[in-house]
Design a binder for this molecule. Structure first.
Ligand SMILES: [Zn+2]
Length: 72
């Protein structure tokens, strides 16, 4: 079962979530273990397996949900 890493938008706490691809597609309900916020953004970069169906070519390691301060 793959592990997805999420970061809290509110407090930047990171957490890992185990879910099947089916569960992921249905939409994971990730809650911050620190502040309880549901504003969680998936962190890309720890996994090199890109399974994108829209053939994105702008994979610079910094996703649209990464927020400020990403990429260093
Ligand atoms: Zn949080």
């Amino acid at each position: 079962m793959p592990v997805y890493e999420y970061v809290c938008i509110e407090c930047k706490e990171r957490t890992e979530v185990r879910a099947t691809f089916a569960e992921k597609e249905k939409g994971l309900k990730v809650v911050c273990p620190k502040c309880g916020s549901k504003k969680m953004a998936q962190v890309f970069g720890t996994f090199m397996t890109i399974r994108s169906s829209n053939g994105g070519s702008n994979l610079s390691g910094c996703g649209p949900l990464s927020g400020p301060g990403c990429c260093g």
